[in-house]
Design a protein around this ligand. Structure first.
Ligand SMILES: *Cc1c(COP(=O)(O)O)cnc(C)c1O
Length: 399
């Protein structure tokens, strides 16, 4: 073994399915991370919203440590004293009867697809094996073969077929397209209330409400993938709250694990959740005691509404700060709570170049597609740190 530094080892022995920015992080606290040379960076990605509460939030670390000293894994073959309280808290936060815990976001999405199909057959009366699910162009729901099969991103799907049938993809934000796509075999509409990976795309005002109405009208489940948008990021517990819309099914992940462990969940009422009976679905690690302990603490933190209010207030600050970017260098800025997509103008640097320059100046953010810089700081960030980050972003765009 020749290579000894971590980057060389990663490149030599790792699969090359990521193209990370050239920083090697060793520590994190709050909104800040530190590399192996001791350089500090403001983290404006927050692990795609998984670190909403900041790096190593003391309450979450304490909850994890306490559980690590008691019991870490039992499988669902046995009950543990950690699971029930987590499920109860999350069900209450969601206003739903029941919760099914998994680990990753993609697993929550897969769980919802299974639930929707079985609900379609057993409750709606869709003929066997004919259930369809409406999805949206530009979606991102994870990386399993079923999920990438209905992605519109060639890089996500090419070479991985054959794909699972039963999905209809339509333009996001176009309510007529949704009415046209829903048929008698449609069991569900699977929607991101704000499309994260697509570049923080906020649908037109009233759209989510119209989606809700279309689902009600045709007895179709509305499944909201709130894995990136949920849990305070947009200034609300759920992005659906922005339009007072309550979906039939919430999908949660990312921030649900507090940046400590992978935790995802499906929340729904009994009429949907009870399609699952013993042996029809499961996960070795889903709902494990450490995940449950951290998830319960996340839920307790969100119950007061402080984080949602903070994201709302700081989001206004971020919006004002981003409004000072050079209009000739920026095509569009979309802000939703403490979450933003900045589309760079043609002729200037690519989003990747801007992110690389920003990293050299002490700010970590991540490009999505060619021209969009996605901004998602941890919600613990201070207003001055937002100003500091935007100043760096300005310099990085100017080059
Ligand atoms: C990240 C993400 C997923 C997938 O989550 P993983 O934990 O990476 O499997 C699904 N849906 C949305 C909206 C996401 O942002």
């Amino acid at each position: 073994m020749e290579a000894t530094d971590p980057t060389a080892l990663e490149d030599r022995y790792g699969a090359h399915n990521y193209h990370p920015l050239p920083v090697v992080l060793a520590e994190g606290e709050g909104a800040w991370v530190t590399d192996t040379d001791g350089n500090r960076y403001l983290d404006w990605l927050a692990a795609y919203s998984a670190v909403n509460f900041g790096h190593r939030h003391p309450r979450l670390i304490a909850a994890a440590k306490a559980q690590l000293d008691r019991l870490t894994l039992a499988s669902r073959a046995f009950r543990t004293d950690a699971l029930g309280p987590f499920l109860a808290g999350l069900a209450e936060l969601c206003g739903k009867d029941a919760v099914l815990p998994m680990n990753t976001g993609a697993e929550a999405v897969e769980t919802a697809i299974k639930a929707a199909r079985k609900w379609g057959y057993t409750k709606k009366g869709v003929p066997a094996d004919r259930a369809r699910i409406v999805v949206f162009d530009g979606n991102f729901h994870g990386r399993t073969t079923t999920i990438v099969g209905f992605s519109s991103d060639p890089g996500s799907r090419e070479g991985f077929g054959p794909f699972t049938p039963g999905f209809d993809s339509i333009p996001y934000g176009d309510i007529d397209a949704l009415h046209a796509a829903i048929g008698s075999d449609t069991a569900a509409v699977l929607i991101e209330p704000v499309q994260g990976e697509a570049g923080v795309i906020v649908p037109p005002a009233g759209y989510l409400r119209a989606v809700r109405a279309a689902c009600d009208q045709s007895n179709v489940l509305m499944i909201a993938d709130e894995i990136q948008s949920g849990l305070a990021r947009t200034g609300h517990t759920f992005a659906c709250d922005r339009e007072d819309v309550v979906p039939d099914v919430y999908l949660l992940g990312k921030a649900l694990g507090g940046g400590v462990v992978p935790v995802s969940a499906v929340a729904a009422d009994r009429e949907v959740m009870d399609v699952f009976t013993p042996g029809t679905h499961g996960s070795t690690f889903g709902g494990n005691p450490v995940a449950a302990a951290v998830g319960a603490e996340v839920v307790a933190m969100l119950a007061t509404g402080e984080w949602q209010a903070r994201a709302r207030d700081l989001g206004k600050h971020l919006e004002d700060a981003l409004a000072t970017l050079d209009p000739s260098a920026v095509d569009a800025v979309r802000v939703c709570g403490l979450w933003a997509g900045v589309d760079l103008a043609d002729g200037g640097p690519s989003a990747r170049e801007v992110c690389e320059r920003a990293a050299r100046l002490g700010l970590l953010c991540k490009e999505t597609h060619e021209k969009t810089v996605r901004i998602a700081p941890p919600l613990v960030i201070e207003p001055e740190e937002i100003d500091r980050g935007v100043a760096i972003l300005k310099r990085a765009i100017e080059g």
